[in-house]
Design a binder for this molecule. Structure first.
Ligand code: GLY
Length: 352
């Protein structure tokens, strides 16, 4: 079992290991005064793990209520957000009580925003059930819902008081969902860790505890330094600028992990061809993506991706900040003026 301490505006532990789900009651009891807990999950995660979470909480003296949403991105809505706040109010939860997110990124982001705003902030536990949420969205306190105009347009920085990553759950995921998370694992290797790049070449399900812990340590270090995403944290967006464009252009038919994989390959080819990256990282990244059935290019043109990227909420005056590999296991931020974004994407989109 690994215990990683995040020292952001709230300090908390990320506990990583097989079977840690059943310790939620005992661990939460040591952290909060209230003895009521609301469990938010989707239909799949509640059916699989809801009973274990309830039993652990009840055995530690918590009374529990549960609210189940349909699985899928469309649940990350303003309607569900309001319904969940009303559910907490109707069940008379107090600020000293707790809110538990049992699920992947949709449940975690939505529940986190509910916890951030209910009574101006209620204790919140993340229990990620996908590899993607284990290594990325459950750590670092970004919470959000989608608006009609786009994904994650309303939200708050709100850290959990505990994150429990049960690797027995993550190991049992079907290949396609596992692969989606592997795109984010590859991202951590490319931005900060040759050790992760080595581990990706091994039996990853066998070495999962170490892989997740290594990713979480990197995210922890970055969040400790730049919790509110004003600089360094943007490194975590490697591949994400083209990825967000691909997701949007596909009407969200392309999964986040697949889009990130294609985006990372585009950015690494562009960085090499522009002479920014001296090592040949793009072939290795492409091989890693292929190994997990992830794409290495996009069905959309550089023009289409650049147009969407230029309208992105993260665009600042005069250009966009891209993340580019500078050598194996190391990436940097690069401010690209508007006039060069298309050239950059065209160079990277070309696979020949
Ligand atoms: N998912 C990127 C971040 O947490 O900043």
């Amino acid at each position: 079992m690994e215990r990683i301490r995040v020292e952001a505006s709230r300090e908390y532990d990320v506990i990583i290991g097989g079977g840690v789900l059943s310790s939620v009651g005992e661990r939460l009891r040591a952290l909060v005064k209230g003895r009521s807990a609301a469990i938010f999950a989707d239909d799949i995660t509640f059916a699989l793990f809801g009973t274990a979470v309830k039993e652990s909480l009840q055995a530690s003296g918590f009374s529990t209520v549960e609210y189940v949403i349909p699985h899928g991105e469309s649940s990350k809505s303003a309607e569900n957000y309001i319904a969940m706040l009303n559910f907490l109010a109707e069940n008379k939860l107090m600020r000293s009580d707790s809110v538990i997110a049992l699920g992947g990124g949709v449940v975690g982001d939505l529940t986190g925003f509910v916890a951030a705003s209910f009574l101006r902030g209620t204790a919140f536990v993340q229990i990620p059930t996908t590899l993607l949420s284990a290594v990325d969205s459950s750590v670092g306190g970004k919470t959000a819902i989608n608006l009609r105009a786009g994904k994650n347009l309303a939200g708050a920085f709100y850290q959990p008081c505990l994150c429990l990553c049960d690797t027995d759950i993550i190991k049992s995921l079907p290949d396609t969902i596992f692969a989606d998370g592997m795109a984010e694992v590859i991202k951590y290797g490319a931005i900060r860790s040759t050790r992760i790049l080595e581990l990706i070449g091994t039996d990853v399900r066998e070495n999962l505890d170490e892989i997740i812990a290594e990713c979480v340590r990197i995210k922890r270090d970055i969040v400790n330094e730049d919790e509110f995403d004003t600089g360094l944290r943007q490194l975590l967006n490697f591949g994400h600028t083209p990825a967000h464009a691909i997701e949007k252009l596909s009407g969200f038919r392309v999964s986040h992990g697949s889009a990130v994989a294609a985006g990372m390959c585009i950015m690494s080819r562009a960085a090499e061809r522009a002479g920014i990256c001296k090592d040949n990282v793009s072939d290795e990244l492409a091989r890693m993506c292929e190994r997990f059935g992830l794409p290495t290019s996009s069905e959309f043109s550089a023009e289409e991706m650049a147009e969407v990227a230029m309208s992105d909420k993260k665009r600042s005056a005069g250009g966009i900040t891209l993340v580019v590999p500078v050598k194996r296991g190391e990436s940097a931020l690069l401010k690209v003026p508007d006039s060069e974004v298309l050239t950059f994407f065209s160079t990277g989109a070309d696979t020949k």
